[in-house]
Design a protein. Structure first.
Length: 328
């Protein structure tokens, strides 16, 4: 298991290191990229060699981070994983680094402890919150670019400060980043207001698959790979789609099923306060946060749907939210 570090301990190791490879999780979101970008630019400010690697393509919407991606331009001597709860999230192209991680910086309570050392704070709304403290303790003067990266992580993982994981600390960090020059209007428009035509088509498709279960306490949507490919959507177009079923009035748990390349289904579980999403996901080998968790189910659509609905029904019954009688 990982050695648990506090911020000072993680900072001491980073200050000693050089030739640093920063890893993001597959299907990268704003928090993993923003945290990686902030760390990258912070290390560069300290005259260290660093680069960022992600198994999947980084969408052009994040081009303002100006990341230097890793193309073996140096031999890594220290490997840092950011916002990655388990080695299975590295992705195929980054799998070779999974057992070589020196430090993991993360906010997922379900972290499997795969790294040699870990800076973990599961009370943080986003890894970006933790990274802000790391940069401050490293003595880095946070510039506009770093502030933009950190704000991206904090704002996207809280649904623009709407989700239940948002705390007073989250707002204090965001306020400090704004003081440091975060380009607030540009980022909020880019991250939360602009939608591609593909994203609109995905939302239409997702809603066409909408099913209610357990007297309307649960809403489920499903997307197959063929459907996504036909629309021409990429990962950035799919980001945030998991919050769609939970947003429906009267729904306590929203489930999004997405078919993966091998035919399995990635399940995202989003719940309202009062129901722990990790209880549902953990029963099927997954994990996450109280209101946002996930798992992967190997098998066909009918099997995957039956499995996730069975665990959802158990969770709803145990917390007395609704009176689930059946999956329909």
């Amino acid at each position: 298991m990982s050695e648990r570090l506090d911020t000072a301990g993680a900072v001491a190791r980073l200050l000693k290191a050089d030739d640093i490879l920063i890893l993001c999780h597959k299907n990268p979101d704003g928090d993993t990229l923003g945290s990686a970008g902030a760390l990258y630019w912070g290390l560069r400010a300290l005259d260290k060699t660093a680069a960022v690697f992600c198994a999947d393509v980084v969408h052009e919407r994040y081009s303002y981070m100006e990341l230097e991606l890793f193309y073996e331009q140096f031999t890594p001597k220290y490997v840092v994983a950011v916002d990655i709860a388990g080695a299975q999230l590295f992705g195929e192209k980054a799998a070779k680094w999974a057992d070589k991680v020196d430090l993991c910086i993360d906010h997922h309570g379900s972290n499997t402890g795969y790294a040699d050392a870990m800076l973990l704070d599961d009370t943080a709304a986003a890894t970006g919150e933790i990274m802000y403290d790391v940069l401050v303790d490293m003595g880095v003067d946070i510039d506009v670019r770093m502030a933009n990266c950190l704000y991206t992580g904090v704002s996207t993982d809280t649904g623009c400060f709407r989700f239940a994981n948002t705390t007073a600390r989250t707002h204090r960090v965001a306020a400090r980043l704004i003081d440091l020059g975060t380009e607030l209007q540009m980022l909020n428009e880019l991250l939360f207001e602009n939608k591609s035509k593909q994203r609109i088509a995905i939302e239409q498709l997702a809603l066409s698959t909408l099913e209610y279960h357990f007297d309307g306490c649960c809403a489920l949507i499903c997307l197959t790979r063929d459907q996504i490919a036909k629309i021409g959507a990429d990962e950035a177009d799919l980001e945030g789609i998991t919050s769609l079923p939970r947003s429906i009035e009267g729904v306590t748990v929203g489930i999004t099923m997405r078919q993966q390349p091998g035919g399995s289904y990635k399940i995202s579980v989003r719940t309202k306060v009062g129901l722990d999403a990790t209880v549902i996901a953990a029963a099927l080998g997954g994990g996450g946060h109280k209101q946002a968790a996930g798992c992967e189910i190997i098998g066909g659509l009918d099997y995957a749907k039956a499995a996730i609905l069975e665990e959802t029904g158990k969770a709803l019954a145990s917390c007395d939210i609704g009176t689930p009688r059946s999956g329909g």
